[in-house]
Design a protein around this ligand. Structure first.
Ligand code: CP
Ligand code: NVA
Length: 304
């Protein structure tokens, strides 16, 4: 049966481990100039309803470097924008391409595509989750911290799609995760209940950013207004006061604390300019690792 990757709860712990090992190995091979044409003759379709720099280019370059091809489709350019039903589009695309990566608003749409397709469907970001991002971010944690066990990870900011995927990863892998968001923008109860995070001792929810960063090995933040929420930014700037990752807040974290951000970053909002520039080494690793992780994901889904 074909596999999809819509949400990290779809994966077993061993699947994570296999993906990390494979992505790290593909990165090492790439650095030696070795390319594996494992996806020769295969085509990835990308349907994107939202903007993207990293995810799109990482998927497209991953396919090229593995000997395959990709076709990018803005929703506006397809008959989806003229109300062709998702299930019909999914069945048609299944006759042309070998895998579909989708970036859209409503997570239910990605699920509908997955249900109606005979090809694997990958969630390249929805309002609810960003699973591929967290897979490549944990790969970055492994590179910088030597692993993810006994690594204290603090999320500071909005309880958004990226935060939700961190919660899911923490449930499956038993990560030491503390999530600090304003009460009004915390992880939604249905996301917590669906993941089972409320029953896990390794996951803590708070509204206090100082509590979250205390003794943290990794501090992660993301924009305060995600794509589709831009009109709420003004109000959110007030709500998120005190949640900026800046030098003062990081005083509570470990001295060698790694600051991560999925990017794009809004300096002066969720992260200060000085922290962004001082701690920035890992941001570009995170961005690069998306390509290596996407290769591992594509190989797993297309060739299995
Ligand atoms: N991190 C991330 O998903 O970036 P893009 O929006 O540029 O794809
Ligand atoms: N939370 C952000 C992530 C962007 C990669 C958004 O959804 O816009």
């Amino acid at each position: 049966m074909k596999k999809d990757l819509l949400c990290l709860l779809d994966l077993e712990p061993q699947d994570f481990v296999t993906l990390f090992e494979r992505a790290l190995s593909l990165k090492a091979r790439y650095q030696k100039g070795i390319f594996d044409s494992l996806l020769a003759g295969k085509t990835l379709g990308l349907i994107f309803d939202k903007k993207s720099t990293r995810t799109r280019i990482a998927f497209e370059t991953a396919m090229i470097q593995m000997g395959g091809h990709s076709i990018y489709m803005s929703t506006q350019d397809t008959q989806i924008s003229r109300n062709e039903p998702a299930k019909d589009t999914a069945r048609v695309l299944s006759r042309y391409i070998d895998c579909l990566a989708m970036r859209t608003f409503d997570h239910a749409l990605v699920e509908e595509f997955a249900q109606s397709s005979t090809i694997p469907v990958i969630n390249a970001l929805t309002d609810a989750f960003h699973p591929c991002q967290i897979l490549s971010d944990i790969m970055t944690v492994i590179e910088h911290k030597g692993g993810y066990e006994n690594v204290r990870i603090a999320w500071v900011g909005d309880g958004n799609n990226v935060a939700n995927s961190w919660v899911n990863a923490a449930v499956v892998l038993g990560l030491d995760l503390i999530v600090a968001c304003p009460d009004s923008h915390h992880i939604k109860p249905d996301i917590i209940a669906a993941s089972g995070a409320d029953t896990k001792k390794n996951i803590v929810f708070t509204n206090d950013p100082k509590e979250a960063v205390k003794g943290a090995d990794v501090v992660y933040t993301d924009v305060w207004a995600s794509m589709g929420e831009e009109d709420q930014l003004e109000g959110r700037l007030k709500t998120f006061e005190g949640f900026q990752v800046n030098e003062k807040l990081l005083k509570g974290a470990k001295d060698d604390c790694l600051v991560l951000h999925c990017l794009p970053a809004h300096r002066g909002e969720e992260i200060s300019e000085s922290v962004f520039e001082a701690q920035n080494a890992a941001f570009w690793d995170q961005a690069e690792n998306k390509r290596h992780m996407h290769k591992a994901i594509l190989e797993r889904l297309i060739l299995s």
